[in-house]
Ligand binder design. Structure first.
Ligand SMILES: C[S@@+](CC[C@H](N)C(=O)[O-])C[C@H]1O[C@@H](n2cnc3c(N)ncnc32)[C@H](O)[C@@H]1O
Length: 351
């Protein structure tokens, strides 16, 4: 039995829709590609999925919403999988309207528990003659005509800037639909930044794991500069294409130094940092899921110099303290509010 996600199974159940050159937007499992009767373009905004698409060379592969090199109206069918963050559907539909030829089929597929009911209302604004054509495996399939094609789709047009201030240091943070905490400073991140202002990290070379829009790295360098210190380098890593694009834009505007890597976890990173700072992920889709962060805690010691520090903020109910103790070193609680706790652990020195 196949183990594709429900949305991908439902597309195969409606394989008659895959007509001519097909664009699939929001692929979450590359196992779908060899089962499709036709080929074309596959886009994912997840760095891990993007890497694992590589063997499927019949398909043009695209990481996120950067359409450089893609032409308007180049596809005969465009399939849109409903994104986990509803705001991101705006991007996917606009990209679909750009990639699809005039009057070809645009298709939206999504799970009920992930909000296809609301998503279909948004679909109908872009595709007024859209209709529900199937309902199976907890999913709905909507299809209609690309009667209002876009002749351009430029991701930068969707970029919005939010000024945030913490401990007297202001940074301007780039936002795109679907990026974590777009338009505001997350409460956990704020507690972490306040704590970093009180107890600065030592070390010139820092890694921000799960950097989102780059708020921690750009603020950290701004804070060091304001104190008259060398800003150092804060590299960042995130799995999501929009986060990577935003972090790069935030760094550029702030004049911050550091490379932003598009990676799923730490596995693709080489090197060691003097400190790793993070407000790590705790969701997978709509569910709480701590597995990514647990894996990060198990692996992070090998990316710290001996004696290097991990500074982590998390919802206080999440079970990270014992793991940090086991895999990094003795843990201190540095700050706490009603929801979040900031922990610190130094990597055990080799004996
Ligand atoms: C809680 S947010 C924090 C974002 C940012 N550091 C901030 O404080 O605003 C967690 C981030 O983890 C990213 N993420 C989720 N899974 C990941 C993974 N496997 N590898 C790297 N980043 C991941 C998400 O895209 C999201 O940007």
């Amino acid at each position: 039995m196949s183990s594709l996600p429900n949305t991908h199974e439902v597309l195969l159940r409606n394989a008659h829709l895959l007509d001519g050159r097909v664009a699939i937007l929001g692929l979450s499992d590359p196992g779908l590609l060899p089962q499709c009767p036709s080929a074309g373009l596959a886009m994912t905004e997840h760095a891990g999925v993007y890497k694992s698409m590589a063997p499927h060379t019949k398909w043009q592969q695209c990481f996120g919403y950067d359409t450089e090199g893609l032409s308007a109206g180049a596809f005969d069918t465009v399939i849109v999988f409903l994104p986990k963050a509803r705001a991101e559907l705006t991007l996917r539909l606009a990209m679909a309207q750009f990639l699809g030829r005039q009057d070809v089929n645009l298709v939206l597929i999504g799970e009920k528990k992930e909000g296809i009911a609301g998503g279909s209302k948004q679909f109908l604004q872009a595709v007024p003659d859209g209709m529900k054509i199937d309902s199976a495996r907890h999913c709905q399939v909507w299809s209609g005509t690309n009667s209002q094609p876009y002749d351009a789709f430029v991701l930068e047009d969707y970029l919005e800037w939010t000024p945030i201030t913490c401990a007297g240091v202001e940074v301007s943070v780039a936002g795109l639909p679907g990026v974590f905490s777009e338009g505001e400073l997350d409460g956990g991140t704020r507690l972490l930044l306040e704590n970093l202002a009180e107890k600065p990290l030592s070390g010139e070379k820092v890694l921000d794991f799960a950097c989102g829009a780059g708020v921690i790295g750009s603020w950290l360098q701004g804070h060091r500069r304001a104190a008259g210190d060398e800003p150092g380098v804060v590299d960042g890593v995130d799995v999501q294409a929009q986060a990577v694009a935003c972090a790069r834009a935030t760094y550029e505007k702030a004049g911050a130094s550091g490379e932003i890597f598009a990676e799923d976890g730490l596995a693709g990173l080489n090197g060691r940092w003097q400190a790793v700072v993070t407000n790590p992920p705790f969701h997978s889709g709509v569910k709480t899921d701590t597995s990514m962060t647990e894996q990060f805690i198990r692996q992070v010691a090998r990316h710290l110099v001996p004696g290097g520090e991990l500074r982590l903020v998390a919802n206080s109910f999440l079970p990270y303290e014992a793991l940090m103790q086991q895999f990094i070193g003795p843990v201190q609680t540095l700050a706490q509010d009603k929801r979040f706790t900031v922990y610190r652990a130094f990597q055990r020195m080799p004996r």
